[in-house]
Design a protein. Structure first.
Length: 320
């Protein structure tokens, strides 16, 4: 029995992999965040999702955070999204949900002043032009045209450097294009505008990680945890860091990241392997045997049919 246990301890990293979240087949979610041109959330905006050629219609209102969540039962289709509220300019554009995932969209609605009857048309201000450019970029992104969205986002950020949505979108697009230095700069500009913003901190970590600056990426990840300690997306990044170190044989260092993973999401089955690794790692320390048993039991509850379930059971029998 101890031979198999030692073998599991040495080779446990081979089976580390993230599993998909539990979703109904074909289902997806869209979370819409709506702000005004000053960056304040727009509450009570009507968000309508439709699909061309069908009678499908899903309507929600944004909450006090300016957010609305749309549950889409068939995320394989492309939809149209319409947003409106009195006193603001409306938005219309495509939306393509992700199967088994959450699509996060951000829109800025410009405030509309009541027109004076005799007033001549006025040229848009730089801030309003920035919003127009930003919304053009959002439409391009919803259509999958990442490269096409970039010039509009850069224009929006240039016209109004104080528009945080443009900086966030720029960081995401630069990350998608693997322009990690530019992504880091955009994330840092966002964090000047919105210190401690979780999205900005995530983008900053991802940019540093992509650029291979692991030391600063670790610092950025800890800053993200401090700002957003219960977000599963934060747990994913800690889990990936742990898996990376486990694959290289640094189990003690990997355990530090897995500990943070299960601290954030202790019952999420996506991270069952973190419990497994911690159980095997703690089993080598007499002072941590109780903790080892708890993690192994958690692993078996979350993933009873995992290929490593047998080894976990053997280890539990040994620890009794």
């Amino acid at each position: 029995m101890m031979t198999s246990i030692r073998r599991a301890t040495l080779s446990l990293v081979l089976a580390l992999a993230l599993t998909g979240a539990l979703w109904a087949a074909g289902e997806g979610r869209i979370i819409v965040t709506i702000t005004d041109d000053g960056g304040a959330p727009v509450e009570g905006a009507k968000v309508v999702l439709t699909r061309a050629g069908t009678g499908y219609k899903l309507e929600k209102a944004s909450d006090k955070k300016g957010q609305a969540m749309l549950l889409v039962l068939d995320a394989t289709q492309e939809y149209q999204i319409h947003i409106e509220k009195g006193g603001y300019g409306p938005f219309d554009g495509p939306a393509k949900p992700k199967v088994g995932d959450t699509l996060r969209l951000s829109y800025t609605l410009p405030k509309v002043a009541a027109p004076a009857a005799a007033d001549a048309p006025k040229e848009l201000s730089g801030a309003d032009q920035a919003i127009v450019a930003y919304n053009e970029a959002v439409t391009a992104l919803r259509g999958g045209n990442v490269a096409g969205a970039l010039p509009s986002l850069e224009k929006a950020a240039s016209l109004n450097p104080q528009l945080p949505e443009a900086q966030m979108a720029l960081a995401d697009v630069y990350l998608d294009l693997k322009r990690y230095g530019d992504a880091l700069a955009a994330a840092d500009r966002l964090l000047v505008l919105k210190p401690g913003d979780a999205q900005g901190l995530r983008a900053r970590y991802d940019a540093l990680k992509g650029a291979g600056d692991n030391e600063k990426a670790r610092e950025a990840l800890d800053a993200l945890f401090a700002a957003d300690p219960k977000n599963p997306e934060t747990a994913v990044r800690y889990f990936n860091e742990g898996a990376e170190r486990a694959r290289s044989g640094s189990l003690e260092e990997a355990s530090k990241f897995f500990e943070r993973t299960v601290e954030i999401a202790p019952t999420d089955p996506k991270f069952a392997k973190a419990h497994y690794v911690l159980g095997l790692s703690y089993a080598k320390d007499d002072t941590k045997k109780e903790a080892a048993k708890q993690h192994l039991q958690a692993f078996l509850q979350m993933a009873p049919n995992d290929p490593d379930a047998g080894t976990a059971k053997e280890m539990l029998a040994y620890l009794k």
